[in-house]
Design a protein around this ligand. Structure first.
Ligand SMILES: NC(=O)c1ccc[n+]([C@@H]2O[C@H](COP(=O)([O-])OP(=O)(O)OC[C@H]3O[C@@H](n4cnc5c(N)ncnc54)[C@H](O)[C@@H]3O)[C@@H](O)[C@H]2O)c1
Length: 319
């Protein structure tokens, strides 16, 4: 069996591709390199450069490589930017998913694992998010991910598509020294870029109703996350039952203040973060239970917070 990984030249996709090949499952990458890097493509893995919006190219890729399932990671992930660029976000994440599903239907490819997001919950009114928590996305990005889940569901009904959507929480760390998060908007890369440039890292708001006043998030290691995609693909390949959605969360909250302390310890650089105003739409706390995923998808936290910070720092500082 061979799986197509859309967005496989990006931070998470590159880890998913390696997890597949390490487990002896063939992988092919389709990526337009809009935010990915050709250097993240491992040697020996076929790479098709192009967009999921190009239905003919997707169809040709599925057929040429005899693809049996798709991990759909490609997407535009900047929630804040999506507020200013809703049409772009919807084109990439909704029309793109639609185009991919259309090509899969035409090629007779009936399995998909979708990269969804905690953003579908918006600001949840609970200390521990579960899959049953109300969805209330607060950005075009979150909305587009929820629509992606609906598209999978509807194709499941219409076409017998076997599917699951994995809602990621805050994905950090590096599983390989040559692959790291290059997002200009995520906390880890922002802090690292500041430290490498000799600037003071920033915290957005320290007056939230949390123990130290900074936002609390659920940080998960990218290699642990990648592993669960393999488990999901295996379940789909075996025709085993699978939930339509899983939260990939740790059940544990870590504050931005605690991350800053870990950053100081790991990098050995002394700094006192500058406190900037809150960012609009940032919930005080979002932490999820990963119980369902632990039951079905080999999901567990195999890395500590220190390992998450140190692997990310060592990959970034060696780049
Ligand atoms: N990083 C996180 O914490 C996080 C959290 C929740 C969900 N997600 C989701 O996980 C996915 C991957 O995130 P990431 O952090 O690896 O981001 P990333 O930007 O590094 O990866 C996205 C990849 O998709 C590719 N891509 C984008 N649009 C494409 C298109 N139209 N056709 C083909 N390729 C395209 C990009 O070039 C890139 O390689 C995204 O869908 C994102 O929404 C990420």
């Amino acid at each position: 069996m061979t799986w197509l990984v859309t967005g496989g030249a990006g931070y998470i996709g590159a880890h998913v591709v390696r997890a597949f090949t390490e487990q002896g499952i063939g992988a092919v990458i389709l990526d337009d390199l809009s935010s990915g890097h050709e250097s993240f493509v491992p040697e020996g893995v076929p790479f098709v450069r192009g967009s999921i919006l190009d239905g003919e190219l997707v169809l040709d890729t599925l057929r040429t490589h005899s693809i049996t399932g798709v991990v759909h990671v490609a997407g535009f992930k900047y929630a804040g930017v999506s507020v200013q660029r809703p049409l772009h976000t919807y084109a990439q994440n909704v029309t793109g998913t639609l185009s991919l599903l259309g090509a899969m239907e035409e090629a007779g490819v009936g399995r998909i694992v979708f990269s969804s997001s905690a953003a579908v919950y918006g600001t949840p009114d609970t200390d521990l998010v579960t899959e049953a928590t109300a969805k209330n996305p607060q950005s075009p990005y979150g909305e587009s991910k929820l629509i992606g889940e609906w598209l999978l569901h509807d194709q499941g009904v219409a076409q017998n598509l076997a599917h699951t959507s994995l809602r990621y929480f805050n994905v950090v760390g590096s599983g390989y020294p040559d692959v790291y998060d290059t997002s200009p908007h995520n906390l880890f890369p922002l802090v690292f870029e500041a430290l490498l440039d000799g600037r003071t890292p920033r915290i957005n708001g320290n007056d939230y109703p949390t123990p130290d006043g900074t936002c609390v998030r659920d940080y998960i290691h990218v290699a642990d996350l990648a592993r669960s995609h393999v488990a999901a693909a295996r379940r789909l390949d075996a025709g085993e039952s699978i939930e339509p959605v899983y939260n990939l969360g740790s059940g544990d909250g870590v504050s931005v203040g605690e991350i800053m302390t870990a950053m100081r310890d790991v990098t050995g650089i002394e700094f006192e973060p500058e406190v900037a105003p809150r960012r609009a739409g940032d919930p005080a706390r979002i932490v999820a239970s990963g119980e369902l995923a632990a039951r079905d998808l080999d999901w567990t936290m195999r890395h500590t917070l220190t390992e998450m910070v140190s692997s990310a720092w060592s990959a970034r500082s060696q780049a």
